[in-house]
Design a protein around this ligand. Structure first.
Ligand code: AMP
Length: 216
């Protein structure tokens, strides 16, 4: 079973690359952000923290994650998108990774600068039904019909935390809490860096080279 962790700043294309990995390899796509957005529908405290770009507590995140990792579709492998967000979460994940049956554990770091992600965030929209992510300003990421999901045909929506103010907080959180993970995983020898200031297909080619070489 393969565990693929994607580390990247907000709006760097983790969701898009995850979708492409799911399509090619059949892995499960586990986005802690998506799971938490679902929780936020009936939990005010989670909702307001997310709208401010703050991190959610580890107990909540792990309760959701552990349940999800035991589902049937994770048997071949899974992509962790948005998790871990802190070194603490990474240490805690390392303590359960063997018991999950993970045989290949890799971390892919999508390296992209702040100006690029700000541009990406402006046009980002997603399908409220299937979660597919589009960008209405970037060729290759646009939906076939403006404002509609290619697969579901329903109206695309903008995330409430994709605005300049919240983005600033989310980016600061990333710098403070998540970038230390790069050294943490470099030290373990399982980090691969991918230049992500490129088009989605070029980024994916680099990711395929890494994932295609993993043992089962
Ligand atoms: P994302 O969709 O990954 O950009 O996450 C959206 C928001 O969900 C973040 O700004 C956090 O508030 C929360 N979140 C997602 N993943 C985590 C995590 N692993 N730990 C804590 N909070 C998280």
């Amino acid at each position: 079973m393969k565990s693929i962790i994607l580390i990247a700043p907000p709006a760097a294309g983790k969701g898009t690359q995850s979708d492409m990995l799911v399509e090619k390899y059949g892995f499960a796509h586990i986005s802690t952000g998506d799971m938490l957005r679902n929780e936020a529908l009936h939990n005010e405290s989670i909702k307001s923290k997310m709208e401010n770009g703050e991190l959610i507590d580890d107990d909540t995140v792990f309760a959701l994650l552990e349940k999800r990792l035991h589902e049937e579709d994770c048997k071949e492998g899974f992509i962790l998108d948005g998790f871990p967000r802190t070194v603490n979460q990474a240490i805690k994940y390392d303590s359960i990774v063997d018991s999950l049956g993970v045989t290949s554990n890799v971390v892919i770091y999508l390296d992209v600068d702040r100006d690029t992600v700000i541009k990406r965030i402006v046009g980002r929209v997603s399908c409220p039904n299937c979660g597919k992510v589009y960008n209405e300003l970037i060729d290759g990421l646009k939906p076939k019909v403006l404002g509609k999901c290619d697969d579901c045909g329903i109206d695309l929506s903008k995330r409430s935390d994709d605005n300049p103010d919240t983005f600033g907080n989310r980016y600061d959180q990333y710098l403070k809490n998540t970038t230390p993970l790069i050294d943490y995983y470099l030290g373990k020898g399982i980090l691969y860096k991918v230049d992500s200031d490129r088009g989605k297909d070029e980024i994916f080619e680099s990711i395929e080279e890494i994932v295609g070489g993993l043992s089962d």
